[in-house]
Write a protein that binds this ligand. Structure first.
Ligand SMILES: N[C@@H](CCC(=O)N[C@@H](CS)C(=O)NCC(=O)O)C(=O)O
Length: 202
């Protein structure tokens, strides 16, 4: 299989962490794609131009990190990321959605920063900065939820990859005033799968 990524994409990082946690490194070749660039050859591979993008062994391409994770998880017949049933399952999905919401906002903010300075929207940057402040405050109240402390799951991976975007965006200063989140994130960062996939600092 082939996985197309960019080094800064938190969505691609989710999939890379899962590949390592599942021990699938020898089955998935990681390829760096050139995104957001006119006439990139990558558009001939994935017309949407987005990463992550997995090309399965049968040649079928999959986009969307959640779908790719589900596909990779079932390959060995030992699901690592299936959800509990009942109320616990709703809690797991609620927390993963909250983590993805933080990530989505940070991705929009990061996209603005990647544009030439005279094309950046101060309105969008202000909006996403404020959203991130609210979401990080909320996460400080949620981080001692049992689902965030137990066996590895997608809510944890998604949140860790979202917070890790501070390497790309020095204005995303979430640590101050959030001691529980800092302790949680620092403990998570010790996982080899997370360390190896670290987003290079800007
Ligand atoms: N919902 C998608 C989001 C993927 C996404 O937005 N990827 C960004 C990188 S972080 C991308 O490929 N952008 C390139 C572009 O917009 O052309 C997922 O979970 O995989």
């Amino acid at each position: 299989m082939k996985l197309y990524i960019t080094e800064g994409s938190p969505y691609a990082r989710i999939v890379r962490v899962v590949i390592i946690e599942k021990g699938l490194e020898s089955r998935v070749e990681i390829i760096f794609a050139k995104t957001r660039s006119t006439n990139s050859p990558y558009y001939g591979i994935n017309p949407s131009g987005r990463v992550p993008y997995l090309i399965r062994d049968d040649g079928v391409g999959l986009e969307e990190s959640a779908l790719i994770v589900d596909y990779l998880d079932q390959l060995d017949g030992r699901l690592m990321f299936n959800l509990p049933t009942g109320e616990q399952g709703w809690e797991a999905r609620r927390l993963e959605a909250l983590a993805r919401s933080l990530m989505d906002g940070l991705a929009v903010w990061g996209r603005e920063l990647a544009r030439p300075e005279n094309e950046r929207s101060p309105t969008i940057i202000k909006h996403e900065t404020a959203r991130s402040v609210r979401m990080v405050d909320l996460w400080e109240t949620q981080i001692d939820h049992l689902w965030m402390c137990g066996a590895l799951n997608m809510a944890q991976i998604t949140l860790a990859c979202a917070l890790g975007l501070d390497a790309r965006n020095p204005d995303f200063r979430w640590r101050q005033g959030h001691p529980k989140l800092v302790a949680w994130s620092d403990a998570f960062a010790a996982r080899p799968s997370f360390a190896v996939t670290a987003v290079p600092r800007r």
